[in-house]
Structures are given as structure tokens and as C-alpha cells.
Design a protein around this ligand. Structure first.
Ligand code: GUN
Length: 295
């Protein structure tokens, strides 16, 4: 039987650490405040935004809430971001995605000051991740690295297969596994022989976006399986991209849905909120922020 990786438990450890670091920074006179911007009334976004604001309150991070109507124009949204970029008391900016279709998401992401981009989506942060420079890293893949490390799973030298190439999960996931010295393959909708490719993986990251597509036939005996998907099955119960029941019989460790990757995303967002202030403060002192790559 596989080890079931407890994302809730690891997320609460990370949030506790973020709370302590936030308190230290606040004692040193720094202000930590996250601006959460939501446009329109997508119900799923509403839930995510509420959870993010609650996590801020738990950790001692101020949250500034901007709930804008669906008809908000791109110019109005860009003007708000410009204001938040200049606002000294705001240290992090998060624009909840997806945005209404009349707004260009990329233009909005590019407008955010990279030093306040706690989602790690700005091209400057993406580029920094790519070339091993310090920067803010997207929360879900950063959370998966923490899940692996804190479960004692070594990445170095392992065959890692990432199924999915989104900008939010798949691509940054591949870069982070590479940074940890994994041997990384990225599979996607045009990949041939997906099943065979996945069976090579020591560590399989499923970020496909299709319910229970990864069955036990995709799994090498003893592999570690991380499930990023979140869907509702026929019985309206939550499930992931992985067919948990069959896969858990073949792998050595697996994340459940719910209670695996999900809680890590918000925990890492809190970590990024603290990290943004820490990096700005180090820059002020002329110090060097931690991080970087090796050959
Ligand atoms: N929508 C779905 N996931 C995310 C996320 O990680 N950040 C933001 N800003 N929007 C999202």
C-alpha cells in the first residue's frame, strides 16, 4: 500500500513558518499586505479569493480586497494595478484568473510590478526561474516541490514526467524539478504513447485537467504520483486526474484529492507574500537573495 502524502498537514507547517517569518518582518518595521483583485462574479473564483483572504488573516498578513464588476474595462483594471504598484503599503498583488474575455490576461500580468507578483506569473519572474535567478515562483509547482522534499522523496537523478504544459503548473513544474536535478520530460496532448512514457517515471506529476485519466497502466511499480487535478465525478465527489483507487496499489506514494496538492497552493502563496517583502528588504540592504541554479 502506498504512502498517502498529507498535503493538509504539510501546508499547515508551511503556513506556521510563514506566520513566524511575517511576525519577524513586521517587528522589523515592514508591512505585509496582499491586494486581491477579482473581476466579475465567477463562483469558483469567489471561493478561491475568500480562502486566500482567510489565509492572510490567519497568518497576520493584511489583505486589501478589490471586487470589480464584470464590465470593468482593461484600462480601469490596468489603472488599479498601476495604483497598487505605487502603493507602498501594498507588498503583493494577486489578480484572480480567469479574467472576463474582453480583458487581455497577459497585458494585466505584465502590468504587475514583478517584485509584487506573488503568483510568479510575470515574464520577469518566469525568465528568472528559467535561468536560475532569484524571483517569485508559481505557488502550485513550488508547493509540489515542498510536498516531495518534506515527504523525504529525493528528486535528484530521478526520471520525472510532467503531464501538462500550462504556464501555471506544467512549465514551471518542469523547471523546478530540473533545478532539483531531476531528469525531466514534459508530456502534453500531442504526446505519442503517453502511457508508455509515464511508465518510465519515478516521479509522475499529473496536471492534465481530465478526471481520472491516469490509471494504473501508466504507473511504474514504486513510482511517486502527484495529482494536480480537481474535478467532480459522476457522484459529485471530488476527484483528480489520477484514478486513485487503482494507482495507489502500484505506486509507493500518492497525493489524494482533496487534501494533497490543493492546500499547498494557498500555503505557498502565503510564503510568497512573505518572500516578496523579504526580497525587497534584502535588495534595499544591497544583499543577495537566496536561490540560484547549478550546472
Ligand atoms: N486561478 C486559478 N489558479 C490561480 C492562481 O494560482 N492564481 C491566480 N491569480 N488565479 C488563479
Amino acid at each position: 500500500m502506498a504512502e498517502i502524502i498529507d498535503g493538509k498537514k504539510i501546508a499547515s507547517q508551511i503556513k506556521e513558518e510563514a506566520k513566524q517569518r511575517a511576525a519577524e518582518l513586521k517587528n522589523a518595521g515592514y508591512r505585509i499586505a496582499l491586494a486581491v483583485v477579482c473581476v466579475g462574479d465567477d463562483p469558483a473564483s469567489g471561493i478561491y479569493v475568500r480562502n486566500k483572504k482567510k489565509a492572510c488573516a490567519d497568518i497576520g498578513i493584511e489583505s486589501l480586497s478589490y471586487e470589480l464588476p464584470e464590465e470593468t474595462t482593461q484600462e480601469e483594471l490596468l489603472a488599479l494595478i498601476d495604483k497598487l504598484n505605487r502603493m507602498e503599503e501594498c507588498s503583493g498583488i494577486l489578480v484572480q484568473l480567469p479574467l472576463p474575455s474582453h480583458i487581455d490576461e497577459n497585458a494585466v500580468i505584465r502590468a504587475i510590478d514583478p517584485a509584487k507578483d506573488v503568483d510568479g506569473f510575470h515574464p520577469e519572474n518566469v525568465g528568472a526561474l528559467c535561468i536560475g535567478q532569484p524571483g517569485l515562483v508559481p505557488c502550485t509547482p513550488a508547493g509540489i516541490i515542498e510536498l516531495l522534499k518534506r515527504s523525504g522523496i529525493e528528486i535528484e537523478g530521478k526520471e520525472c514526467v510532467v503531464v501538462g504544459r500550462s504556464n501555471i503548473v506544467g512549465k514551471p513544474m518542469a523547471l523546478l524539478l530540473l533545478r532539483e536535478n531531476g531528469t525531466v520530460t514534459v508530456a502534453h496532448s500531442r504526446t505519442r504513447n503517453l502511457e508508455e512514457l509515464c511508465r518510465r517515471a519515478d516521479i509522475l506529476i499529473a496536471a492534465v485537467g481530465r478526471p481520472r485519466i491516469i490509471t494504473k497502466d501508466y504507473i511504474k511499480e514504486g513510482a511517486v504520483v502527484i495529482d494536480v487535478g480537481i474535478h467532480r465525478n459522476e457522484a459529485n465527489k471530488l476527484c483528480g486526474d489520477v484514478d486513485f483507487e487503482s494507482v495507489k496499489e502500484r505506486c509507493s506514494a500518492i497525493t489524494p484529492v482533496p487534501g494533497g496538492v490543493g492546500p499547498m497552493t494557498i500555503a505557498m502563496l502565503m510564503d510568497n507574500c512573505v518572500q516578496a517583502v523579504f526580497m525587497a528588504h534584502e535588495k534595499e540592504k544591497g544583499g543577495k537573495a537566496p536561490d540560484g541554479d547549478r550546472e
